[in-house]
Design a protein around this ligand. Structure first.
Ligand SMILES: Cc1ncc(C[n+]2csc(CCOP(=O)(O)OP(=O)(O)O)c2C)c(N)n1
Ligand SMILES: [Mg+2]
Length: 349
């Protein structure tokens, strides 16, 4: 009896040649621009160090996730946004993104200490900071939720034809969440104006990316939705800014979403209550020594002939701003107890 020929597996159809974004260049910053980027990174670093101290002293309750080590990402990317039109959304590690958006350090610190003058009137705390006037939509404690909410913001930009782009940040851990991929699908299908920023700081709580992710090259996570991705040195503020320019040009040209995978590192534990036993001191020390984003910018400033005295003056100015923010946050009044009954949703749907 003749053998039935084995059924051939159909060849996977080749993905048609797609247009790809250009390989981003490091941003060619003027001396003044680089000084400003350096200033902002230093402000975040010193602000976060102070927040860590205030937490230790009991001034800050609840969760507190510091951004130390990741400063170049928020600063480099957000410096390319149009503050009038574009929106930003992120997770709970949000102080740096607010500072990079030029929001007053005093009202951010006062939110951390739960004071009425805080940006969310002292009711949001570290994880839930909002500034709708500045189109900063949080601050979210649910891992991955900001990705679908950000996709909604991008939908609104398109629907209202306001010319804005949403920058939605999330972590390497969040990148394994289901709602991220539902969002990717809709965003590409409808060509929504959104830059998905994966802040790959190598860990999701105590789990390293290599233990949790089958595809650990996260810039490739949009491939099956035809969303292009770029991997970026997230410890180099000029590389971050250059990638932002490229990504925004892509999105503003109506080509739909794009993914930026920012390779970065957090120096502190996941939150203030994490002793970080899942990694060695040497690992952290080695990143600090070899790749610190602020030291990196210092070398670039040196190459532009910026003198040590000028950097010292910036350091003094930043320390003053942070210490004033801390004084304000320690002494400003707490919300009135009647505030317990405001901002509460009572309507029925
Ligand atoms: C839906 C959901 N699952 C789990 C958690 C608990 N949780 C809080 S942070 C976190 C890790 C997220 O890591 P990553 O996305 O890499 O962000 P990173 O903290 O590194 O900035 C987890 C699992 C949560 N808040 N929400
Ligand atoms: Mg992470």
């Amino acid at each position: 009896m003749a053998k039935t020929p084995a059924k051939k597996t159909p060849a996977v159809p080749a993905v048609p040649n797609r247009e790809r974004p250009d390989e981003p260049n490091r941003y060619n910053a003027s001396k003044e621009e680089l000084i400003e980027l350096y200033r902002q990174m230093l402000l975040i670093r010193r602000f976060e160090e102070k927040a860590g101290q205030l937490y230790g002293l009991g001034f800050i309750g609840g969760f507190c996730h510091l951004y130390i080590g990741q400063e170049a990402v928020a600063v480099g990317l957000q410096s390319a946004l149009d503050g009038e039109k574009d929106s930003v959304i992120t997770g709970y590690r949000d102080h740096g993104h607010m500072l990079a958006y030029g929001i007053d350090p005093k009202v951010i610190m006062a939110e951390l200490t739960g004071r009425a003058a805080g940006i969310s009137r002292g009711k949001g705390g570290s994880m839930h900071m909002f500034s709708t006037e500045r189109k900063f939509y949080g601050g979210h404690g649910i891992v991955g939720a900001q990705v679908s909410l950000g996709t909604g913001l991008a939908f609104a930009h398109k629907y209202n034809e306001d010319g804005g782009v949403c920058m939605a940040y999330f972590g390497d851990g969040a990148a394994n969440q289901g709602q991220v991929y539902e969002s990717f699908n809709m965003a590409e299908l409808w060509k929504l104006p959104i830059v998905y920023v994966i802040e790959n700081n190598q860990y999701a709580m105590g789990t390293s990316i290599h233990r949790a992710s089958a595809e650990d090259q996260l810039y490739r996570r949009g491939e099956s939705f035809r969303i292009p991705g770029i991997q970026v040195d997230g410890m180099d503020v000029l590389a971050c800014r250059g990638a932002a320019e490229e990504a925004l040009a892509w999105v503003r040209a109506g080509k739909g979403p794009i993914i930026l995978e920012m390779k970065t590192y957090r120096y502190r534990g996941h939150s203030m209550s994490d002793p970080a036993k899942y990694r060695s001191r040497e690992e952290v020390q080695s990143v600090r020594e070899k790749s610190d984003p602020i030291e990196h910018a210092k070398r670039d400033l040196d190459a532009l002939n910026v003198k040590e005295e000028e950097l010292k003056a910036i350091e003094a100015e930043i320390r003053k701003i942070v210490s004033e923010a801390a004084d304000f946050a320690e002494t400003a009044p707490e919300p009135d107890p009647a505030e317990l009954y405001t901002d509460v949703l009572v309507e029925a749907y």
